[in-house]
Design a protein. Structure first.
Length: 342
């Protein structure tokens, strides 16, 4: 693993995921260069440093940082950690800074590896799955709420030296992180879990409290089952993690789904990150969510295979209503979701 100043790691997006990765890599002696569009955040990282807060660990790490406009140079290793719906525009900006022999690691939610590989080739794209809980609190401040599953893998399931290299780096953050020959399984598992988290963001409640609502268990069952059905027709075997059981949702096993939801509630009660990033986008930062880049893609895949996705479709409509101030977050929106459940 290279730690030479001549081979720094470029992390594009210094929010919840990118900020944690960069701070841990740099603290371990790796040469790291951060990029973010928020100028105050960049100034904080350069000055007093990035503050990692919360129960997992608390420390401050000064980092080399730039905005996209001020960044210079080219890099072999690039970790892309922007919101899914910003992937295309981020690629436009970062590709001039990618060495000819360089590669991009997608530390994001969704199926962004497909978009990245479409631009630069599968041979220059490395898949990544992260589920640790983190939030951007403000310029120079990241909450690290809980440890959770991390996995990296080549898109074709093969092994490689770069996979070993990046796995070693990511284990600086999550010692139990794995190398996998089924990264698509992790990513689709996260999409199933993510559909449930989007539903919790329809409400002002915590992830655990919203998911624990007995009245609305059919909402979560329908959403998870629709995503797992799409994974199957795409030829992917989803992998479970942190309580999410893809087999139960794929088969419609009501007892198994109930057990899985209980496990996810327990997992989310043990984190300082009480609400999802989706909730924060809607309620705190008042900005667009990743719903189209994650759940909207599911609708498109369903159309392609002739598979209806009524619960996912209604979920997207309600998230859009909140984004556009037509509705407020409320448990009654889960009642609306019940009307679309199978």
């Amino acid at each position: 693993m290279s730690d030479s100043a001549e081979d720094p790691i470029l992390i594009w997006g210094a929010g919840a995921i990118g900020g944690i990765l960069g701070a841990y890599f740099a603290r371990a002696g790796q040469s790291v260069h951060m990029v973010d569009v928020v100028e105050d955040h960049v100034a904080s990282m350069r000055g007093e440093g990035l503050s990692i807060e919360g129960p997992v660990e608390a420390f401050q790490q000064r980092l080399t940082a730039d905005t996209p406009a001020s960044l210079q140079g080219q890099f072999r290793r690039v970790v892309l950690a922007v919101k899914a719906h910003h992937t295309a525009s981020a690629l436009d900006q970062l590709l001039p800074h990618l060495q000819d022999d360089g590669f991009v690691v997608s530390a994001q939610n969704g199926l962004n590896e497909k978009l990245i590989a479409g631009r630069i080739g599968q041979e220059r794209t490395l898949g990544c799955f992260v589920n640790f809980g983190a939030d951007w609190l403000g310029p120079g401040r990241i909450l690290y709420g809980n440890r959770a599953a991390v996995a990296l893998g080549e898109l074709d399931g093969s092994g490689s030296e770069r996979l070993k290299e990046m796995h070693t780096l990511f284990r600086l953050v999550e010692p139990d992180g794995v190398m996998t020959d089924n990264i698509w399984g992790y990513l689709w598992g996260k999409l199933g879990y993510g559909a449930l988290l989007f539903a919790t963001a329809l409400t002002p409640e915590s992830m655990a409290d919203a998911m624990d609502s007995a009245k609305h268990r059919d909402v979560y069952a329908s959403l998870g089952s629709e995503v797992m059905r799409l994974a199957a027709v795409e030829g992917v075997e989803p992998i479970g993690f942190n309580g999410f059981d893809p087999v139960a949702f794929a088969t419609g096993d009501r007892a198994g789904i109930g057990k899985s939801l209980n496990a996810m509630v327990t997992h989310n009660r043990q984190t300082a990150k009480t609400h999802s990033g989706i909730y924060r986008d809607l309620a705190v930062r008042k900005r667009k969510t990743e719903v189209d880049a994650q759940m909207g893609v599911m609708i498109d895949i369903g159309h392609r295979h002739g598979i209806p996705t009524p619960a996912i479709g209604r979920l997207c409509e309600l998230i859009h209503d909140i984004e556009n101030a037509r509705r407020e977050q409320s448990m009654t929106l889960l009642d609306e979701m019940l009307k679309s459940c199978n």
